[in-house]
Design a binder for this molecule. Structure first.
Ligand code: PRX
Length: 654
């Protein structure tokens, strides 16, 4: 089969990696999960397996039924009542662990804070009372647009405590992107900060927030944490300093008893249209799913210092910086800034300083570190590391091996974890005490997760073959829908292969049954692990007055996985130049955010189209990737390709 991946490669074209790494005897003997029978057990009794996990949580009312599966909707732990913030905080403090560190926090300029479970509980209760004072009630939505500071998890936990679903918007998104998310979620309150530090500069979060609130109709109050302390615009009556409101509250706000299926949060992610999807996650199944995977996959022990280096604005941060580690009572590290400030060894200095034992990050970061050179990690003592993780995009075997050798000192297992915003929790992953690793493979579905690789007709592809990844059984942290868009939920995930969850990824299984993820098969790009829709970038380009048409392609990139390559046709047959190219790139930044800035813009007099008028993306992908052109026989005007090929591309790395 020659199914095409998002990057234009055929699935068969991906090469094999033969080296294998069994777990060391030492690691195996102490691992949280040692018995491979766990897979069989979970397969035989999926509901029993998850019920056992869920029972380790604190319930105000026990659940009566484990699962109700009415495709495509699942409900988990029906009849149960609990609270996530109680599970993440009160329960540990009550058990005498209040003095344990929840987060070692480090700001980019070098300031630090140590937050214990007791302090986190106290701050969360105060923040919850503050939200109540602002009129937030159970079910009301709250938008959060913050830098990576401890008040961010506090804000999320405070919302969870009173049953107000929140939506965190990554601090790198523009005002316009924030406005769209506020409008869709109809958020009543926005929690933000004056600014955040990034690469030595201040990100103007309050200014962006003001612009966003001006474009949306629902926000009544803006709660502002003081972080960078510069002058910020202020709207009296609407804006309130966090210190002044939260600081004066009582540290006593009992956690609401919430139904298992109560909405915990909405997280917007890019799909194949210009409008981001509000992914809905609920309470009990989500928490059981993330806490279990976190404990088993990262082999969490009481004395670990665990660092997930993602941003909380993405699902990785929601699940594996905030909810799972706190539910498991883990000590975590949280860092505000970029890896090369003030120098390229910042991460390794953090690992040395806090004696980090587990590091979880993205392949893009690893490839960047490879480019910078091993001398940076080698300056630091990182012997405390015992396990490494990877997430967000396929990791190439070279990067895997470099990570293993230069960061893990050759002794740490690497868990390459496949999952999505929609899945809530990790679904395909090694278990480090059991699985023999193959560099570049995410290995096997987690116990209780059933995955398959199917062809265009939905038939399972035999071992050795490639196709589309599907998940065939419900799992507890799965999305419960797309906010206010049931049809899109059905169409996107459940109609391609009825009854099965269509992930949108290509995958291959080798002869040993290992899963190899091959990238997106739809019009979604993965740039530095960030998910960006080609259509979203196209529609922001065509909103510029000079642009008639645009087609955006993910071009292969050795560091960022993919980079954004835009073909642009101007109005009135005009030619573009370097200055317009720059203007268009900044235009996209204003519309979406800097993560979506096209790396390359190619002005072309026309775009290649089929006779029915569809843009031939495959051809454009070939051109962008400098590959030999595929079949052009369906092209309406064959000369178009030649003119594109001779057009010059402009724009370069930032
Ligand atoms: O293409 C897959 C890729 O990231 C997509 C999901 O993106 P997002 O919702 O932003 O969540 C990223 C973090 C969980 C998937 O469809 N992806 C994620 N992890 C891996 C991966 N691709 C290959 N290997 C992985 N480990």
């Amino acid at each position: 089969m020659a199914t095409e991946t998002g990057s234009g490669k055929t699935l068969e074209a991906l090469y094999r990696e033969d080296r294998t790494f069994p777990p060391s005897r030492e690691f195996m003997s102490k691992a949280n999960v040692r018995d491979p029978k766990i897979y069989e057990r979970a397969k035989k009794d999926l509901e029993g397996f998850w019920a056992e996990q869920a029972k380790t949580l604190h319930w105000f009312e026990p659940f009566q039924k484990v699962l109700e599966w009415k495709p495509p909707y699942a409900k988990w732990f029906l009849g149960g009542q609990l609270n996530i913030s109680y599970n993440c905080l009160d329960r540990h403090v009550k058990a005498g662990k209040g003095a344990k560190v929840a987060y070692f926090w480090e700001g980019e300029p070098g300031d630090t804070r140590t937050v214990t479970y007791e302090q986190l509980l106290s701050e969360t209760q105060k923040a919850a009372n503050a939200l109540k004072e602002l009129g937030v009630r159970k079910g009301d939505r709250v938008a959060i647009y913050m830098p990576m500071i401890p008040e961010l998890p506090v804000a999320m936990l405070a919302c969870a405590r009173i049953g107000a679903p929140f939506t965190v918007v990554f601090g790198g998104f523009s005002a316009e992107a924030l406005a769209g998310r506020i409008t869709d979620s109809e958020a009543k309150v926005l929690i933000t900060a004056d600014g955040g530090y990034r690469k030595g500069n201040v990100v103007p979060l309050k200014k962006n927030s003001d612009d966003a609130v001006a474009q949306s109709k629902t926000i009544q109050k803006v709660l502002v944490v003081k972080r960078t302390k510069q002058e910020v615009p202020w709207t009296k009556g609407r804006d309130i300093w966090w210190d002044e409101l939260v600081g004066v509250q009582k540290a006593d706000c009992p956690a609401e008893s919430l139904d298992s299926e109560h909405m915990l949060y909405l997280l917007y992610t890019s799909g194949t249209t210009a409008k981001p999807k509000g992914i809905v996650h609920t309470t009990a199944g989500y928490l059981a799913g993330v806490a279990t995977t976190h404990s088993m996959i990262f082999d969490i022990k009481d004395d670990d210092v665990y660092w997930c280096a993602a941003d909380i604005g993405w699902v990785t941060g929601h699940s594996y910086i905030v909810f799972a580690p706190l539910a498991n009572g883990t000590t975590g590290v949280m860092y505000e800034g970029v890896p090369d400030y003030p120098d390229k060894d910042r991460w390794w200095a953090i690992i040395e300083k806090y004696k980090v034992s587990i590091l979880y990050c993205a392949p893009t970061a690893i490839r960047t570190f490879m480019k910078w050179g091993a001398e940076y990690p080698q300056k630091h003592d990182m012997k405390t590391l015992r396990l490494l993780g990877s997430v967000g995009e396929p990791i190439n075997p070279e990067a895997w091996l470099w990570y293993q050798e230069f960061i893990g000192g050759g002794r740490c297992p690497i868990v390459d974890t496949w999952w999505m915003t929609e899945t809530g929790m990790i679904l395909i992953t090694p278990l480090p005490g059991i699985t023999t690793l193959k560099p570049g493979s995410a290995t096997f579905p987690f116990p209780g997760v059933e995955a398959d690789v199917v062809d265009d007709d939905g038939k399972s592809v035999p071992l050795g073959g490639a196709g589309y990844l599907v998940i065939t059984k419900p799992w507890p942290a799965m999305l419960r829908g797309i906010y206010k868009d049931e049809q899109r939920y059905r169409d996107t995930y459940w109609s391609r292969f009825p009854g099965r969850y269509f992930a949108g990824d290509g995958a291959k299984r080798d002869q040993d049954g290992y899963f190899w993820l091959l990238g997106r098969v739809d019009d979604v790009m993965k740039v530095s692990g960030h998910r960006i829709s080609t259509t979203e970038v196209e529609s922001s380009l065509v909103s510029h007055p000079t642009v008639a048409e645009a087609a955006v392609i993910g071009r292969e990139d050795p560091i960022t996985g993919q980079s954004i390559f835009a073909f642009v046709t101007l109005r009135g047959g005009n030619n573009g130049d370097e200055s317009l190219s720059k203007e268009l790139r900044e235009h996209v930044v204003t519309k979406i955010g800097s993560i979506a800035r096209p790396k390359t813009i190619m002005f072309t007099p026309e775009l290649p189209k089929t006779r029915s008028g569809k843009i031939m993306r495959r051809l454009l992908r070939d051109i962008a990737n400098g590959q030999a052109l595929g079949d052009t026989t369906t092209l309406a005007d064959a000369t178009v390709v030649e003119s594109i090929r001779t057009a010059s591309a402009s724009g370069k790395d930032d």
